[in-house]
Ligand binder design. Structure first.
Ligand SMILES: Cc1cc2nc3c(=O)[nH]c(=O)nc-3n(C[C@H](O)[C@H](O)[C@H](O)COP(=O)(O)OP(=O)(O)OC[C@H]3O[C@@H](n4cnc5c(N)ncnc54)[C@H](O)[C@@H]3O)c2cc1C
Ligand code: SF4
Length: 481
């Protein structure tokens, strides 16, 4: 196993992300060494570490006199290509084995949709439920419905209480020093004496247990909620543990279902279905879409967005309260929950027409769970509509109205969420109408946009001109807002 500059430097990562990956790798090596497995382990600061995958494999194939090279299929296209190339250069036999860390194989989704017009997540999810017999009763969905999405949209108003996060509170100062000494450039903040991400299997299982006992009961209801004082609400924070393969999605779903079937009187099925859908549905769907659409997906920019990402994405220094909270939290915790990513930072970037390369690099760096297969599909596809509607059937854009409906950011903001024009009008409002107007031709044939486009059509000309002027100012001078 090797900690490599190749991996720390392909994008600027959050410091907590680098620490978590190194610790997860080191702990994995330690746990398996105790069981008698043999490792060559290269730390980032080791003098003899070549820091590059090809050089490392060649070096150790030669030094050990290996006559066979076998690897597990990586999750990223970049590494997949690299490993294939490396194998071509080796004079020994090579073989790749599939990963067992997903419910699906790489091309299962592509095959599933091969004769269909649209890649609809819902139909894939239902098939997965049946195939894996998850929440099914005689071929029918448990609870009588496949999807409880409509009951998953509550605003959190201080109640029900959110039990304190358990946390692991480890001192990781030594690893942070190693990373600094190696000269790796990172972003974001870390409280190195009290680090709380799960980086062992035991940590991950305990986080999963904690979620089942304390948070699952309200997960579905508040999964779309936003709150200035609650960074995590009822979210599980299990994405890093799953993406780094400390635990598998099947383990997570099995445990959640066991807990539910043991306590059916306490937990409503809508909470459980909401959670299962995220993992069995969205997570597997994103992985399948990634392998179906790469490598071209990396360059898609259907809306032809060209603007720069505002500097405040790296500091949180803005008067817009929702963005200030979502960005500051991301810098402090390497975490934001789904609606913060989609409807705050993602929404603003799309409305201000930021180039997808810029926004991709930011998401790929800042979040603890960001690995390209799940980051790019969520960012370019779901959040930025850069694929023209393959993943999301309409762009996830909103004015202040939605943000105010789902949380309390607006009530504490410098701007007024109800005002469209004037110095203290919420910038999202002007940006929203400007975006619809500028991208009109892209949405002309999208029936899911009909209502929004017909409202745009009814806008008074003078008002639209003024909204567009304000939007122009916001886009050209983000530092003023
Ligand atoms: C713009 C954008 C970028 C994102 N980038 C990433 C990323 O790099 N890595 C990543 O793992 N997730 C990403 N997501 C999806 C989602 O936001 C995170 O998985 C989630 O916030 C992780 O926190 P959690 O573990 O507390 O999730 P919970 O809310 O507790 O959900 C449980 C699990 O469901 C899975 N899940 C939920 N939504 C999705 C989704 N849309 N796609 C895939 N899996 C999902 C995750 O594994 C998550 O751990 C992104 C979403 C958006 C809108
Ligand atoms: S008023 Fe606008 S900028 Fe302020 S928090 Fe609400 S949506 Fe965000």
């Amino acid at each position: 196993m090797a900690e490599m500059r190749q991996e720390t430097d392909y994008v600027k990562h959050h410091i907590q992300k680098v620490v978590s990956f190194f610790l997860a790798m080191r702990n994995f090596q330690e746990e398996l060494s105790v069981k008698g497995h043999h490792f060559i382990y290269l730390k980032i600061g080791d003098n003899h570490n070549p820091q590059h995958l090809e050089k490392i494999i060649q070096k150790y194939v030669n030094e050990t006199g290996a006559d066979f090279f076998e690897y597990q299929l990586p999750d990223e296209y970049r590494l997949d290509e690299q490993l294939k190339d490396i194998c071509k250069g080796l004079s020994i036999e090579t073989e790749a084995v599939d990963s067992e860390h997903f419910y699906t194989t790489r091309y299962e989704l592509k095959n599933f949709f091969s004769d269909k017009k649209q890649y609809l997540m819902e139909s894939f999810y239902r098939t997965m439920r049946k195939k894996h017999d998850i929440m099914m009763i005689n071929d029918q969905p448990d609870g009588g419905k496949w999807n409880f999405d409509h009951s998953n949209r509550k605003k959190w108003k201080g109640k029900p209480e959110i039990p304190h996060e358990r946390g692991f509170r480890k001192d990781v100062s030594a690893v942070v020093r190693e990373i600094e000494n190696a000269g790796i450039e990172t972003m974001g903040n870390i409280d190195a004496k009290s680090f709380s991400w799960p980086t062992t299997r035991a940590d991950s299982l305990s986080a999963l247990n904690y979620f089942c006992k304390n948070l699952l009961v309200h997960f579905g209801d508040y999964q779309d909620a936003l709150h200035s004082e609650q960074k995590f609400l009822f979210h599980s924070r299990l994405s890093f543990a799953m993406n780094s393969k400390l635990i598998s999605p099947k383990e997570v779903i099995d445990k959640v279902l066991d807990h539910y079937y043991e306590h059916p009187e306490n937990i409503h099925i809508s909470q459980v279905e909401g959670f299962v859908r995220q993992i069995l549905g969205w997570r597997e769907y994103m992985r399948g879409m990634y392998w179906a659409l790469m490598p071209n997906y990396r360059h898609c920019n259907e809306l032809d967005n060209q603007n720069k990402l505002p500097d405040f994405y790296w500091t949180g220094d803005t008067k817009m309260n929702c963005l200030k909270h979502a960005i500051t939290q991301s810098l402090d915790e390497a975490y934001a929950h789904h609606i913060q990513r989609l409807m705050i930072t993602g929404n603003y970037a799309l409305l201000t027409q930021v180039h997808p390369d810029e926004i991709d690099a930011w998401y790929l760096g800042i979040y603890i769970d960001a690995i390209e297969w799940v980051e790019i599909t969520n960012t370019r596809g779901m959040s930025q509509f850069a694929d023209g509607g393959l993943i999301a059937t309409k762009p996830y854009v909103s004015s202040a109205n939605y943000i105010n409906k789902m949380g309390n950011y607006c009530s504490e903001c410098h701007y007024s969420h109800t005002k469209k024009l004037g110095e203290n009008a919420c910038p999202f409002n002007a940006l929203y109408w400007n975006f619809l107007d500028e991208k009109r031709e892209h949405f002309a044939n999208n029936h899911r946009m009909n209502m929004m486009m017909s409202l745009l059509g009814k806008k008074n000309k003078q008002e639209l001109t003024e909204l567009k002027e304000r939007a122009k100012k916001v886009i050209e001078h983000p530092e003023l807002f």
